[in-house]
Each structure stands twice: as structure tokens, then as C-alpha cells.
Design a protein around this ligand. Structure first.
Ligand SMILES: [Zn+2]
Length: 143
């Protein structure tokens, strides 16, 4: 009989996905299948498929600065064009653009955070080393 039992998904035989694509979809940066997030922007403790530890993943304020700059560019640019062309009252501008700004910021939060965390894993940043990376120094502060 030539019967093979399926092997568990070890970290060695996993092909890393594109960090941008995995991050945009909110998937595990190691296997590309498991979920990176446990909530809206709360990072899961570990991947449910490959077991990659996400406990050290920390994007900090990184996504927020990109989102603020991009959303401000979109909203303020649109606001200036609308104001120049139609001259609506300021209260109408606020009523329209505040929800638009909120929607853009909330919509970009998860993909941006996912991409930054995936890029940290891809580039082996200190905050998010892959758990199978034995060549990296420990974080004992001696380096
Ligand atoms: Zn995974």
C-alpha cells in the first residue's frame, strides 16, 4: 500500500504570499490563508491555519499617518473644488464632508494596518519577526 497521511502544515513548507496582497485582504502574512484580524482592527493572537504568532505584531501609529494624509488630500481637495465651483454654505460642506471623511478613514484603517503588519513580517522588522526565523537575534536587548 502506498498510503500517505496528510502532514500538518509546518512553517517550513509554506510559501509566503505577497505582503501587500495578504495585508489588503487581512490575511496571515506567513501563509496567506488564515485571518490576521480578530476584530475590526484588533490583531488576532495567532494564525488559525499555520499557527504564526502575531503577538509581537505592532503597526503603532504607522497606518494612521498615511490615512490622515491621504484622506485629507481627498476630502480637502474635493472640498476646495466644490467650494470654488458651487459656493455652498459652510454648514452644508460640514454636513457632507464629515461623514465622507469618517467613511474614508474607517474604510482605509484595516487594509493599511494589514499591509503594514505584513510588510513588517516580510522585512523581518523587530516588532514582528516570523516565529520560524532562527537567524534573528533575540529581543533581550543585548544587541
Ligand atoms: Zn498563517
Amino acid at each position: 500500500m502506498n498510503h500517505q497521511t496528510p502532514q500538518p502544515d509546518t512553517q517550513a513548507n509554506v510559501v509566503a504570499p505577497s505582503p501587500i496582497w495578504a495585508g489588503l485582504r487581512g490575511r496571515c502574512p506567513h501563509c496567506g490563508t488564515g485571518h490576521l484580524f480578530a476584530g475590526f482592527i484588533e490583531v488576532a493572537p495567532a494564525c488559525e491555519v499555520c499557527g504564526q504568532d502575531f503577538s509581537k505584531a505592532d503597526s503603532g501609529d504607522g497606518p494612521v499617518i498615511f490615512i490622515i494624509m491621504l484622506a485629507s488630500l481627498i476630502v480637502l481637495g474635493s472640498m476646495l473644488v466644490i467650494d470654488t465651483v458651487y459656493s455652498p454654505p459652510m454648514w452644508l460642506q460640514m454636513v457632507v464632508w464629515m461623514p465622507v471623511m469618517t467613511g474614508i478613514v474607517l474604510g482605509m484603517m484595516r487594509p493599511f494596518k494589514g499591509v503594514l503588519i505584513s510588510l513588517q513580517f516580510h522585512h523581518k522588522a523587530g516588532q514582528a519577526r516570523r516565529s520560524d526565523d532562527v537567524s534573528s537575534p533575540d529581543q533581550d536587548g543585548s544587541a
